[in-house]
Design a protein around this ligand. Sequence first.
Ligand code: PHB
Ligand code: FE
Length: 328
Amino acid sequence: MSVEAPVKVDASQPNEQGYRSFKLGEFTFSRDEYFVYVEWPTGRHVISADAFLRALQRDVAWQFFYGIVNFDGVVGTVNHYGTVDLFAGRYNDAYRKAELDHLENFSTPLIKATFEEMLDDWTNEGFDPFASPTETGSPFGIKNGENRAAITRHRVTAQRMVSVPGDEPLRNDENGHPINRQFADVPQDEPEIRAEPGFEKQVASFNLFAYLSRSPVTWNPSVVSVCGDSLYCPTTEEYILPIIHGNDRVEWFVQLSDEIYWDVEDRDSGAARAKVVMRPGDVAAMPADIRHQGYAPKRSMLLVWENADPELPALISSGQLPSVPVQL
Ligand code: PHB
Ligand code: FE
């Protein structure tokens, strides 16, 4: 059994609106009815509480994800897989040129515990940061209860594949996964499996479209199959990806249904690089030196294909591997 060193979260007493403030190094986070305020020695930044909580929820649930999680064009985190940088203005050309950017590195357990408590304290009853805006209540106003069930929900991470005995189960009405209103037309039949005797537990197959039609969350890739470092992470999308993701490796996108618009920017400066419209069947390779944010006007299905090889970030940043998977 491993024993984690206890971490002490630095939180204030509740303010007039009922919310606690949190300190991490020289950063302070506080909120009121509408906004979150982030302060550091050379600056102060305001983010709408809904956008902040949606981004914070993903940073926490994904354990800081791959590479950079920008909450917006100013504030975010960089995952060093063991430690995490918290930054303001570091990936923003104007802040860098004005020398107003700030970055501090924290142990993953400390920043994780602080972010978890902040998310818990600032998420009111009825607001689900993973839900689409039309499927949840308001994040605004004075402190009002909590929504612990939503913010600590199980994240699907298959060991081998969804539906394999002992692995992540299929979704159905009985286990609390009704078909989403926008996927009412998705066929729900499952493939018929005829395994040779003795191989019944090793041969598995499932209807991915039916599985995704029952996802209760948005912009939350689930690991549904694993083959070495190759992870299939499909997700259902609606409204705006709450983070601007800065890659530290190539990611492939396969648009499975409907449409997503992507804004693609230079990862370090934020300069615009591309606008991408993805329609069903479209495949894109997002380079390792960009950041991107997606817009889905209607609930859609996206397959995100990740390469989880831990060597990749160093190989790419040292120039030993290119930042694109194919030269056209
Ligand atoms: C991404 O940053 O690549 C990403 C994150 C969450 C999603 C889709 C894509 O739901
Ligand atoms: Fe990404």
